[in-house]
Ligand binder design. Structure first.
Ligand code: NAD
Ligand code: ZN
Length: 356
């Protein structure tokens, strides 16, 4: 399957299929003499060799492995990668391949964006969550003061999504990625959500459904970023569930819940608040049931409401400390609303009690 994404500067293809790591060179619209593959220590042992074999016709291929985990998305690792690129003699006509999940995509993508003011790169996502992160052109590293604070908008030359690599991702990462698919469904349409609601996340995943859901998730994201590449308006809808989600991740400690697991709770809250705000009916109970059936962790009742609120006020969307949230007028109709502190506080109190 192939989708094409239009950006202000170029168009790129997103290819989704089984076994693409063995044949992706055929899909590039130019050839390269110099390639640097960047991957992490988990993905290395699983898929690096296959990718290197596929690259065997390329004149010069180098690779570099960073430790798995979000901690590698930092300034030092970033700078070391630049040093490696310089030492191997990579020039402006070379290619960087980001082989891994969203961490590698963001990190290697930022290296590509900044090395010699930008070299070509490929996203080769290997997690479900990376259906989200590999599309849209946002690349970044973290700063000790906050996640993704240093970054750029820099679209890849192509996204090569080999769904066979998803067989090996751990259960928590399946939950994390499917939460973002659920997000794409809810901001898009009732029918997309109805399909997700039927999906069981127990291994082995239903491959046909997985591919269907990844492609639809990518389509939703693509449509939004094509309209608003730099997040001036509709791209904010992609933050559905993220206002509380990010606050939970930070308050629990990063890595305690995966990103998507935290966002899932955030979506549930945003749905509750939407119902209260618009007086509409959303599938809150069905979503909660789906989360429980699929063993999403939802133990957050003992967190401090004040601490969560303070974090929500520091959200990138907040305006002068006033919390902006993506709500749903109905399924498939997201809107951004400024919500006053008292409303949020009361709603959070009720919500956390409900999750006990
Ligand atoms: P990740 O890249 O850290 O991968 C999660 C874990 O799975 C890691 O331990 C990794 O080594 C392992 N893994 C990856 N592929 C595997 C495979 N095929 N088999 C077995 N294990 C595998 O995390 P992620 O959840 O993919 O991505 C999270 C990152 O994405 C965060 O840094 C987040 O900021 C970023 N992100 C970016 C955007 C964007 O638009 N740029 C959007 C969402 C998230
Ligand atoms: Zn997210």
């Amino acid at each position: 399957d192939k989708l094409t994404i239009q950006t202000s500067t170029n168009a790129y293809d997103v290819l989704v299929g089984g076994g693409l790591r063995h044949q992706f060179l055929d899909y590039l619209d130019q050839s390269y003499d110099d390639v640097l593959v960047i991957t992490d220590s988990n993905v290395e042992s699983l898929y690096l060799q296959d990718v290197l074999t596929t690259l065997s016709s390329v004149k010069r291929v180098n690779y570099t492995v960073v430790p798995a985990g979000e901690a590698s998305k930092n300034g030092r690792v970033y700078f070391d990668l630049l040093t490696e690129a310089i030492n191997m003699g990579l020039d402006r006509h070379g290619l960087i391949i980001a082989l891994g999940g969203g961490m590698i995509g963001d990190l290697a993508g930022f290296v590509a964006a900044t090395f010699m003011r930008g070299v070509d790169y490929l996203q080769m996502p290997t997690t479900i969550l990376a259906h989200d992160s590999s599309v849209g052109g946002k690349v970044a590293i973290n700063h000790p003061e906050g996640k993704n604070l240093i970054g750029s908008f820099y679209p890849p030359k192509a996204v090569i999504y080999d769904v066979e690599t998803l067989h090996t991702i751990p259960q928590t990462e399946i939950r994390s990625g499917y939460a973002e698919i659920a997000k794409h469904s809810m901001i898009h349409s009732p029918s997309f959500w109805t399909d997700i609601n039927q999906v069981s996340l127990e291994k082995p995943l239903n491959e046909t459904w997985l591919i269907r859901d990844l492609i639809r998730g990518i389509e939703v994201k693509a449509k939004i970023v094509e309209q608003d590449e730099r997040e001036a308006n509709v791209r904010q809808f992609l933050n559905f569930g993220h206002t509380l989600g990010h606050a939970l991740e930070a308050e629990l400690g990063y890595g305690v819940y995966t990103h998507g697991e935290a966002v899932a709770i955030g979506m549930l809250f945003a749905m509750e608040l939407s119902q209260q705000y618009f007086g509409n009916r959303l599938p809150v109970d069905a979503f909660l049931q789906w989360l429980k059936t699929n063993h999403y962790p939802i133990q957050v009742a003992n967190l401090s409401i004040t601490a969560l609120m303070n974090r929500m006020k520091r959200d990138k969307k907040a305006k002068q400390q006033r919390i902006q949230m993506v709500l749903l007028k109905e399924l498939g109709m997201p809107v951004v609303e400024e919500i006053d502190d008292v409303t949020i506080k009361d709603a959070l109190q009720l919500f956390l009690r409900k999750l006990v």
